[in-house]
Design a protein around this ligand. Structure first.
Ligand SMILES: CC(=O)N[C@H]1[C@@H](OP(=O)(O)O)O[C@H](CO)[C@@H](O)[C@@H]1O
Ligand SMILES: [Mg+2]
Length: 542
């Protein structure tokens, strides 16, 4: 390691005095102007991680669904997964080190992790469309090169596309070609193969309105359009030509406000969807005949997908274990429907896709989704091989199902939740099953729910257990929540400190919207009183 060069370049990427940041649920996130030093240092760290794993590591510059002024960075591990927890700690340590300590921290990490410094390093970089992203990705590159690492800058990519590139590069191209064309080709071939077997056709099944949150998803979907040919016609809204990134639009806005994005023309019964700013989340929705807004969130997406996969397995006659992984935010109706009607086992993990992804790897087929629309399906390697073989061997009807499954496996991005890939999976399933968006929505009825945020002096005073469904501290909080929940029917509530914002999140569901709203409000007040709320006391808002 050329420590003198590191020191020299480090001074060009100075850390603002007094700033401390945490590698959170999805990497570092804050105002873009505070991130230059973090980017440089993540370039350094990516080199060490690459040397240690002897693999290509990814660095993505994005702040997902957050405002345009923000930015962020996360590292992608060899199989396209999120960075290993021990390295998250190294990342926090390195990002917060004072200027003069940067080289010492680098040496410490190398020693602790037994990094072979002679090993070559390779880092791939992607970025979203934020005005700050290009310059910040240059700082990443500076960090990579000063430690002698090699790199490939993909430029503009969706977050899941970068995960895909990393996965492809570390599996010798077996997963696919590590180019943007490779990605489009893999997905579109699988999609066209799948949908040409569909017996129902017609305009309704082939057209979809997509709100791209004024983000990278718009550029990439435009590029992909001609690969999909007649298979699907997408009409893009919020494509970034006018509006501001994530402003009053995108999957996060639609899910949290439970209303349509601005800038989208919706007619009753039309199928619509929204991506978030880096295109790793998707939610669907439509207006009912009466003009009422219907949201189809990650839970209902997981239900559609797992049901379809289970039906295919039944047709093929294979007894493989399928599991669905959710978080505490999953609507209670979805869990009940999956367990009781579909007889699919459901598991709950902590918030954050790395937890869901990890759990989903335990099953032959693991489907995971956060309620906000981030998710995918994972297939064990042995399962993939078996299905490929069956697709060649089985007799007619079974072979058709096995071929469908083979293509659907190819259509999923198994490295990360991916709005484009999920959209194609959903569109394929709907057309193959001949389901309208209304019929999909009618699988079960969501319990009315409400999410709120409470500001407290230090959100770490709240600790939780049981996959974040119960509060352990501060004393008395869980008892207070239990007492409030008892007042309502079909009710449930929990609180947890956010991993990405300086707030405590409150979730409540109950038999009616009015009851879900008041339960959420009462729980917010309990948090405010027992966990050191700051500012104004939460007021009834609905
Ligand atoms: C309730 C909720 O939607 N939480 C989101 C949010 O995490 P928090 O830790 O709740 O701030 O951002 C994460 C990263 O995008 C995402 O994984 C997660 O689902
Ligand atoms: Mg995102």
């Amino acid at each position: 390691m050329d420590l003198a060069a590191v020191t020299e370049h480090s001074a060009l990427h100075a850390k603002p005095a007094g700033l401390t940041l945490q590698y959170g649920t999805a990497g570092f996130r804050t105002k873009a102007e505070h991130l230059d030093h973090v980017m440089f240092r993540m370039g350094l760290l990516a080199v060490l991680r690459s040397k240690q794993t002897q693999s290509t590591i990814g660095v993505m510059v994005t702040a997902s669904h957050n405002p345009e002024e923000d930015n962020g960075v996360k590292l992608v591990d060899p199989l396209g997964e999120m960075l290993a927890p021990a390295w998250e700690e190294h990342a926090t340590c390195l990002a917060n080190a004072e200027e003069q300590d940067v080289t010492r921290v680098l040496v410490d990490i190398s020693e602790k992790e037994a990094v072979n410094l002679q090993q070559e390093a390779f880092v791939v970089i992607g970025r979203d469309t934020r005005p700050s992203s290009e310059k910040l990705s240059q700082s990443v590159i500076d960090g990579v090169t000063v430690l002698g690492g090699h790199f490939h800058d993909y430029g503009l990519l969706t977050t899941p596309q970068l995960h895909y590139m990393v996965y492809c590069r570390n599996t010798d191209g077996q997963y696919g070609k590590a180019t943007i064309e490779g990605y489009y080709q893999k997905l579109s071939t699988a999609f066209v193969q799948l949908t040409k077997q569909a017996s129902c056709s017609g305009e309704d099944y082939r057209s979809l309105k997509v709100d791209c949150a004024n983000g990278i998803g718009a550029l990439k979907l435009k590029e992909m359009q001609h690969y999909l040919a007649q298979g699907l016609s997408v009409q893009l809204f919020n494509d970034g030509t006018k509006g501001k990134l994530n402003h009053l639009c995108g999957a996060d806005f639609v899910k949290s406000h439970q209303k349509p994005p601005h800038g989208m023309e919706m007619k009753p019964d039309e199928r619509c969807c929204s991506f978030d700013g880096d295109a790793d989340r998707i939610v669907y929705y439509y207006l009912g005949a009466e003009g009422h807004f219907h949201l189809i969130d990650g839970d209902k997406i997981a239900t559609l997908i797992s049901t379809f996969l289970k039906e295919l397995l039944l047709e093929i006659g294979e007894n493989l274990n399928i599991g669905v992984v959710q978080t505490a935010y999953a609507n209670g109706s979805s869990t009940r429907y999956l367990e009781e009607v579909m007889k699919v086992p459901v598991y709950c993990t902590k918030t954050g896709v790395k937890h869901l992804h990890h759990k989903a790897q335990e099953f032959d087929i693991g489907v995971y989704f956060e309620a906000n629309g981030h998710g995918t399906a994972l297939f064990k390697k042995a399962v993939e091989m078996k299905i490929k073989q069956l697709a060649k061997e089985l007799d007619n009807k079974k072979q058709k199902a096995a071929k469908m499954l083979e293509n659907i496996i190819d259509l999923f991005n198994q490295a990360a939740g991916d709005a484009i890939s999920d959209m194609l999976v959903i569109e394929a399933i709907l057309v193959l099953k001949g389901l309208t968006v209304q019929q999909w929505d009618a699988l079960y009825t969501d319990l009315p729910n409400r999410q709120l945020k409470v500001k407290v002096a230090d959100r770490r005073v709240i600790s939780t257990t049981d996959a974040e469904r119960r509060a352990v501290t501060p004393p008395g909080l869980q008892e207070a929540i239990d007492a409030l929940v008892k007042k309502y029917k079909l009710s449930r509530a929990f609180v947890r400190p956010s991993g990405t914002e300086d707030v405590v999140r409150v979730y409540a569901e109950a038999d009616s919207q009015a009851n879900a709203d008041s339960l959420a409000q009462e729980v917010s007040l309990a948090v405010f009183k027992l966990a050191g709320g700051i500012g104004e006391e939460p007021q009834p808002r609905f």
